[in-house]
Design a protein around this ligand. Sequence first.
Ligand code: FES
Length: 102
Amino acid sequence: MAFNCEVTELAGLAEGKPSAVFPLGLPVLLIRRGGEVFALENRCAHMGCPLAAGKLDGHILQCPCHDWRFDVRDGKFIGAPELSVRTYPAEIRDGKVFVRLP
Ligand code: FES
């Protein structure tokens, strides 16, 4: 069963600045890029560091702990796509951001 959760107002989400939210108690990271919002688990695939403090360059997010880099569009680790951070479908509706959670 999946839940479509309203997580924030789009206006409150700064362009290019990762924002941590906790829908249903889950650590989710929102990233607004251009006209889109991406949602991924706020936990690095390496040793679990929160990615919210990571550095964003385009669609690439670098973990603040050991510099692993992930594409926020699909969560894949750059250089070894078999490793990834979980992503969640996100959509913008009526100025609000919704994330579909398992
Ligand atoms: S915990 Fe993210 S790179 Fe190590």
